[in-house]
Design a protein around this ligand. Structure first.
Ligand code: TRP
Length: 333
């Protein structure tokens, strides 16, 4: 059976280098290895927290533009906006009837986002993992690339698929396998080697955005936190120095080489030299992406057409799956 890959990002803020190296680049590799891929912009998830409704449409386009600029090829992969495929919400309702409250209450992301005042959290935020399960099961995805933080949600999707199959005595839903990238691709904050590079971190200096121009990239790497030692000369030494490790990792992933090779080249040199080389490399790799994103955002007709076509092909898969689900569940039609 060929692999069917599905993954999604939320249109919440600008994408950064961590999203690119940790997720998007991997999506593109999977696409180019010949897997059938579906990549979604999950706007229905984005509205489970406070958001700017005057900006949602543009934020949605921006994520789609980043996918394309980063190498997702709409002629090979299906690129769609979640809300333009109504089957996601429909399947979610059905799956909600086979998801136990207790399991949702144990989701760490809900606990984090709801904070202390759980009574005021919305049902949307609470049921977010059920919608995510619907995203995945609707396409009978075999593999789902996700970050470490989404592992628990994926496990729930697997349980929901099994519950359905068991309850309705039908080997219907594919139980999806996670693809979790190893530590190698974890990009950390430029200000703190122990924290993930994040969209929501306060300081913009902590991340490289895909929309940053070369000057900003150079400045951010120049100011990136390091310790006072030169570039590590061994992996062992590197592993005990989070900031050094992060910069070496970023270099290695961008250059498609290993940390060992980077250490061989730069070990023992000052961080000034290494950071300059890293900036050059990052500018080189990111400039074409930023340029393509700007083109797509400058005239959105092309992008909107791609997304409309993507919604049609996504629905071609989703609609028969939902139809089969309602048949199995015994609905009048
Ligand atoms: N919850 C995921 C995140 O915040 C995004 C997401 C929604 C997703 N639906 C998905 C990821 C389906 C993979 C598959 O990162």
């Amino acid at each position: 059976m060929t692999k069917r890959i599905l993954s999604c990002m939320q249109p919440t803020a600008h994408l950064h280098l961590g999203n690119y190296l940790g997720a998007l680049k991997n999506w593109v590799d999977l696409q180019n290895d010949g897997a059938q891929c579906l990549y979604g912009v999950v706007d229905l998830h984005a509205i489970t927290v406070a958001y700017d409704h005057t900006h949602l449409k543009q934020a949605t386009r921006e994520i789609a533009a980043a996918y394309i600029a980063g190498g997702v090829d709409p002629s090979k992969s299906t690129l769609f906006v979640q809300s333009s495929v109504p089957e996601h919400s429909q399947l979610m309702w059905l799956l909600g009837t086979m998801t136990q409250l207790g399991k949702l209450e144990r989701m760490t992301q809900f606990k984090d986002k709801a904070g202390k005042d759980k009574e005021r959290a919305s049902m949307g935020l609470f049921s977010y993992p059920v919608l995510m399960a619907a995203d995945i099961l609707l396409y009978q995805a075999t593999h789902v690339p996700v970050g470490e933080d989404q592992k628990q949600h994926l496990e729930l999707a697997r349980e929901i698929a099994s519950t359905f199959n068991h309850r309705y005595d039908a080997e219907f839903f594919t139980v999806p396998e996670p693809i979790i990238k190893g530590e190698g691709a974890r990009v950390m904050s430029l200000r703190d080697g122990n924290a993930k590079m994040s969209k929501s971190a306060e300081s913009d200096m902590s991340r490289i955005n895909l929309t940053d121009d070369p000057d900003a990239i150079v400045k951010k790497f120049r100011k990136a936190k390091t310790d006072s030692e030169p570039v590590p000369e061994s992996i062992e030494n590197m592993n005990s120095r989070p900031e050094a490790k992060n910069l070496i990792t970023i270099y290695a992933v961008l250059a498609e080489t290993s940390p060992e090779a980077v250490i061989n080249e730069f070990g023992g040199q000052g961080f000034g030299t290494f950071k300059a080389a890293l900036s050059d490399l990052a500018v080189d790799k990111l400039a074409p992406i930023t340029k393509r994103m700007n083109e797509l955002m400058g005239d959105t007709d092309e992008l909107d057409n791609i997304l409309a076509a993507g919604a049609r092909s996504a629905r071609e898969i989703a609609s028969p799956v939902l139809d089969e689900v309602t048949t199995i569940m015994g609905f009048w039609k």
